[in-house]
Design a protein around this ligand. Structure first.
Ligand code: 5GP
Ligand code: MG
Length: 176
């Protein structure tokens, strides 16, 4: 068993997901929204967020995934685009569901990519946020974040290290 130092507990994550869901439901109330999860890391957050939105009374919710990854840890902001959405988003209220913001390169790319498809609105919810690493400027009025983390490589709650640890119900650092 790997030794993992916990940075965000299950309880803290649950509270953050609830806070984000409350903000999304406040903004969109009776609207129909399309949640766009960024694979693979956002799959756990998506599952919890989507159900929390239902509990808060949002019934008109659709779910899609897009596959984009950045070579994290580099300043180059190189993006790999592996799988597009399967539906048009013109005129839709789109909420990008992301696991973590680091340099901001992935989200800057994604916002540009989806903006030109003319959604009715486009915002981002990101569960984790490494504030000190930001290189790209992101439109703060359109970003809702959950838990701030230090500049450390973290795993769990969807986030992996070499494909492993995505299934941890909390987030932490692997001591290796
Ligand atoms: P950015 O483009 O903002 O630099 O990086 C965002 C992406 O890099 C996230 O979607 C995530 O996939 C990955 N990432 C950033 N920081 C971490 C981390 O600490 N752990 C893991 N597993 N992935 C990370
Ligand atoms: Mg990612």
């Amino acid at each position: 068993m790997s030794n993992i130092q916990v940075l965000a507990t299950e309880r803290q994550i649950r509270q953050a997901v609830r806070r984000i869901a409350r903000e999304v439901s406040r903004r969109y109330q009776e609207e129909s929204i399309l949640l766009v999860g960024v694979l693979t890391g956002a799959f756990v957050f998506m599952a919890d967020l989507a159900r929390e939105l239902y509990r808060m009374g949002m019934t008109d919710v659709e779910i899609e995934f897009i596959d984009i990854s950045s070579y994290s840890g580099t300043e180059s902001g190189q993006i790999r685009f592996d799988r597009d959405l399967t539906v048009p988003i013109s005129g839709r209220h789109v909420v990008i569901v992301e696991d973590i913001i680091d340099t901001g390169a992935t989200l800057a790319f994604l916002l540009k990519l989806l903006e030109v498809r003319e959604p009715a609105s486009l915002i981002v919810v990101a569960l984790f946020n490494k504030v000190t690493r930001r290189v790209e400027t992101l439109p703060s009025e359109r970003i809702i974040t959950g838990i701030d983390l230090p500049n450390k490589f973290v795993v769990g709650y969807g986030l992996d290290r070499n494909g492993k640890f995505r299934h941890l119900p909390f987030v932490g650092i692997v001591a290796s």
